[in-house]
Design a binder for this molecule. Structure first.
Ligand SMILES: Cc1cc2nc3c(=O)[nH]c(=O)nc-3n(C[C@H](O)[C@H](O)[C@H](O)COP(=O)(O)OP(=O)(O)OC[C@H]3O[C@@H](n4cnc5c(N)ncnc54)[C@H](O)[C@@H]3O)c2cc1C
Length: 305
């Protein structure tokens, strides 16, 4: 709309709603939202601010202080903000898809086919003392993130193998309490939202290559392990680039070149780290790797675009 094109939005599901997501936004979100004139509206939602990161592997932990703050905002609030702003700027939300008019496809990630070693994600909100850190607890093939969001709430969100979930009878409270450091961390908190789950998750090792008739954006481009907390920033960034390219009639190749230079390297590292983390010795090894290095190699280059 800012580029002068009429915009129609179609999504078959209800927006906003609670979604399985860590709701953690890395500092890259700021320039992405500033370029869209959305930064003040974002701050008006009173997102939680985080100054540091803590990775916990059994009895060991690694800490890193962010150079700039990271943020926590529920998907319910963020998705409502984005939808509301799009409509306020003239986008028309349509109830029926109009055949043959899709320029931008942002349908999110693909689901995995049935098979072994399937991964599922889960999340709930808790109330209680709030910290200024994003924490990740690694155990038994799972990792669980704990970070503040708006309104004094804490998001608890994890990913792990179906087999491990089965061992706990798909009881997420039992699962998070099975790890001593995580159970200690959550003890002063009370759960406020029923656990939500999603999956099976399919990690993709390559960027999806351009279909001729559409610009792919967000997870439709590639879904990588979300522990880097950049999925939402990349989705908003790529969606805005796709919108501009579609409105200006730019060749799709030019768009995908920008996408590749922004995220391809980061996605490759995420894939490598995900493979490494699935090995049994990895958590011990990872506790010796500086957290700031792990953080820096997984940063997308999306600020200056
Ligand atoms: C467990 C978990 C934790 C995560 N934690 C974080 C985190 O802390 N920080 C972070 O930045 N990222 C996180 N992510 C990743 C983040 O959720 C995604 O990267 C982000 O939501 C991608 O946005 P998107 O718009 O591409 O897709 P989505 O948010 O999935 O939205 C896709 C939309 O498309 C709609 N849709 C589906 N099919 C169609 C269709 N055929 N036509 C039209 N519409 C369709 C869906 O209804 C949906 O509303 C996490 C993901 C998971 C699974």
């Amino acid at each position: 709309m800012q580029c002068g094109a009429a915009v129609r939005l179609w999504d078959p599901s209800r927006v906003p709603k609670h979604k399985v997501c860590g709701e953690f936004l890395t500092p890259e979100i700021r320039p992405v939202l500033e370029r869209l004139n959305l930064w003040d509206a974002f701050l008006a939602q009173e997102p939680a601010r985080m100054e540091r990161m803590r990775l916990v592997f059994g009895n060991r932990s690694a800490n890193n202080r962010f150079a700039e703050p990271a943020y926590g905002l529920s998907r319910y609030r963020l998705d409502a903000l984005l939808r509301g702003e799009a409509e306020a700027r003239g986008a028309q939300v349509i109830a029926e898809r109009v055949p043959g008019t899709v320029d931008i496809t942002a349908h999110g990630r693909q689901f995995a086919a049935p098979g072994k070693d399937r991964l599922f994600g889960f999340k709930a909100h808790f109330r209680g003392p709030v910290s200024d850190a994003v924490e990740l607890y690694f155990f038994d093939g799972f990792y669980v993130g704990v970070n503040p969001i708006e309104g004094g709430l804490t998001n608890v969100c994890g990913i792990g193998p179906e087999e491990g979930l089965r061992r706990h009878g798909f009881d997420y409270d039992a699962l998070v309490n099975s790890n001593r450091p995580l159970s200690d961390r959550l003890r002063p908190l009370q759960r406020e939202l029923n656990w939500l789950s999603t999956g099976p998750l399919l990690y993709q090792t390559r960027l999806q290559y351009p279909p001729l008739d559409t610009f792919l954006a967000g997870d439709a481009l590639q879904f990588v392990d979300p522990f880097t907390g950049t999925g939402m920033a990349i989705a908003i960034w790529s969606g805005s680039l796709a919108g501009k390219a579609a409105a200006e009639g730019l060749p799709k190749d030019d768009y995908y070149t920008q996408i590749r230079s922004g995220v391809e390297k980061q996605y490759r590292w995420c894939g490598r780290l995900r493979s490494a983390l699935s090995m049994s010795f990895a958590p011990n090894l990872a506790s010796y790797i500086p957290a700031h290095w792990l953080y820096s190699i997984t940063r997308p280059k999306i600020e200056s675009r």
